[in-house]
Ligand binder design. Structure first.
Ligand SMILES: *[C@@H]1O[C@H](CO)[C@@H](O)[C@H](O)[C@H]1NC(C)=O
Ligand SMILES: *[C@@H]1O[C@H](CO)[C@@H](O)[C@H](O)[C@H]1NC(C)=O
Ligand SMILES: *[C@@H]1O[C@H](CO)[C@@H](O)[C@H](O)[C@H]1NC(C)=O
Ligand SMILES: *[C@@H]1O[C@H](CO)[C@@H](O)[C@H](O)[C@H]1NC(C)=O
Length: 294
C-alpha cells in the first residue's frame, strides 16, 4: 500500500520535472501568417506596412536604430516594439544583418569575444552589446510603457538571423528581470545562430518555457558558430522545417539529432533568406510595398 503510494507520488514528481512544460504550444499558423511578417518588418524603415500583412490594426510603438559596432560606423542594429489588441499581444522584434560586411564582422566577433550573461553562461559580445544598445536607447522605456498599459497581454519576441539571437537574449533578459512571467512570453526565431555557451543554453531552458527556434532545411546560419566551438550551444526547442516548409519536426533537446544537425551538409544561404517561401530581405527592405511570394 505504502509502496504504491510512494510510487504514485514519485511518478507525479518525475513527470512534472521531466516533461517540457509549455503554456503556449507551437503554432505553425502563428509563425507563418503573423510572426514572420514582424521579423520581416524589422528590416524596413517603416515597419507598419509589413506588420499589416500579419496583423490587423497593430500599432508600432517605436523603431530604434543605433550604431552597433565600432569597426564599421555604418553597421546598425535595430528593433521595434508594437502592440496588437486583436491578438492581445505586445511584440518585441529585432533585425538581422544588413550587409555582407556586417555578417563578416559578426562572424569574427561572435566566435572570439564573449560576455557574461545576466541569466548565466556567456554569450557573443557582439549580440550582447547589440541587445543592450537597442534596449537602453529606448526599447526599455517603450516596453515598460506597453506592459504597464497591457499587463495581461502576452509578450511575443521574434527576429530573423542576428535578430533571432537578440530575441533570444531579450527573452531571457525580460523573464530573468521579472518584466514578464515566463508563461506569458513566446519566443519564435527564424534562422537563429548559436547565441551563447552550454551554460547559457541550460539556464535559458530553465527560464524560458515557450521557445521555438525555427530552422529551414539547409540554412547554414543555425550551424554558426560551430557546435561546441568556444562552447557555443543551442537552446531549446528547434522547429525544423523541410525545404518547401510544408512539414516540420520539433526537437525537444538543445541540439536535437533529428533536426538540422542531421542535415549539416549542402548548406544553402538561400534557405536562410527564405522562410515560409517569403524573400525576407527583399520584402523587408522594400517595406513590403511589393509583396511578392518568391
Ligand atoms: C483581419 O481580420 C479579418 C476579419 O476578422 C480576418 O479575416 C483576417 O485574416 C485578419 N487579417 C490579419 C492579417 O490578421
Ligand atoms: C559607410 O557608408 C558610406 C555611404 O554609403 C560610404 O561612403 C562609406 O564608405 C561607408 N563606410 C564604411 C566603413 O563602410
Ligand atoms: C560557459 O562560460 C562560462 C564563462 O567562461 C564558464 O564558467 C562555463 O563553465 C561555461 N559553460 C560550459 C558548460 O562550459
Ligand atoms: C513595385 O511595383 C511597382 C509596380 O509593379 C513598380 O513600379 C515599382 O518599381 C516596384 N517597387 C519596388 C520597390 O520594387
Amino acid at each position: 500500500m505504502f509502496d504504491l503510494l510512494y510510487f504514485l507520488v514519485f511518478s507525479v514528481i518525475f513527470i512534472q520535472i521531466s516533461s517540457t512544460q509549455k503554456s503556449i504550444p507551437y503554432s505553425d499558423q502563428l509563425a507563418r501568417q503573423k510572426l514572420i511578417y514582424a521579423a520581416i518588418a524589422s528590416y524596413g524603415t517603416v515597419p507598419d506596412y509589413c506588420m499589416n500583412l500579419g496583423f490587423n490594426n497593430s500599432k508600432i510603438r517605436r523603431q530604434i536604430t543605433v550604431p552597433c559596432d565600432t569597426v564599421d560606423p555604418n553597421d546598425t542594429c535595430s528593433g521595434f516594439t508594437a502592440v496588437s489588441d486583436e491578438e492581445s499581444a505586445i511584440l518585441v522584434v529585432f533585425r538581422g544583418t544588413t550587409s555582407d560586411e556586417q555578417l563578416a564582422i559578426e562572424g569574427i566577433e561572435t566566435v572570439e569575444k564573449q560576455m557574461p550573461w545576466i541569466s548565466g553562461g556567456v554569450v557573443s559580445e557582439y549580440f550582447g552589446d547589440a541587445f543592450y544598445k537597442i534596449w537602453n536607447s529606448g526599447m526599455k522605456d517603450d516596453f515598460n510603457y506597453l506592459i504597464s498599459k497591457h499587463p495581461n497581454y502576452q509578450v511575443w519576441v521574434t527576429g530573423h538571423s542576428l535578430g533571432g539571437a537578440l530575441a533570444s537574449l531579450a527573452s531571457s533578459y525580460l523573464v530573468f528581470n521579472h518584466l514578464t512571467p515566463s508563461e506569458n512570453l513566446l519566443l519564435v526565431t527564424f534562422g537563429q545562430p548559436r547565441t551563447g555557451n552550454l551554460t547559457y543554453a541550460q539556464n535559458f531552458d530553465l527560464l524560458i518555457e515557450n521557445s521555438y527556434r525555427i530552422t529551414h532545411s539547409h540554412d547554414p546560419v543555425p550551424h554558426l558558430p560551430g557546435k561546441g566551438h568556444h562552447g557555443y550551444w543551442h537552446h531549446k526547442s528547434e522547429v525544423y522545417y523541410n525545404e518547401k516548409m510544408t512539414g516540420w519536426e520539433i526537437c525537444e533537446e538543445d541540439e536535437g539529432q533529428k533536426c538540422s544537425n542531421a542535415n549539416a551538409v549542402d548548406l544553402d544561404f538561400q534557405d536562410h533568406l527564405h522562410y515560409f517561401n517569403l524573400d525576407i530581405l527583399t520584402l523587408g527592405y522594400s517595406n513590403c510595398q511589393n509583396s511578392t511570394i518568391s
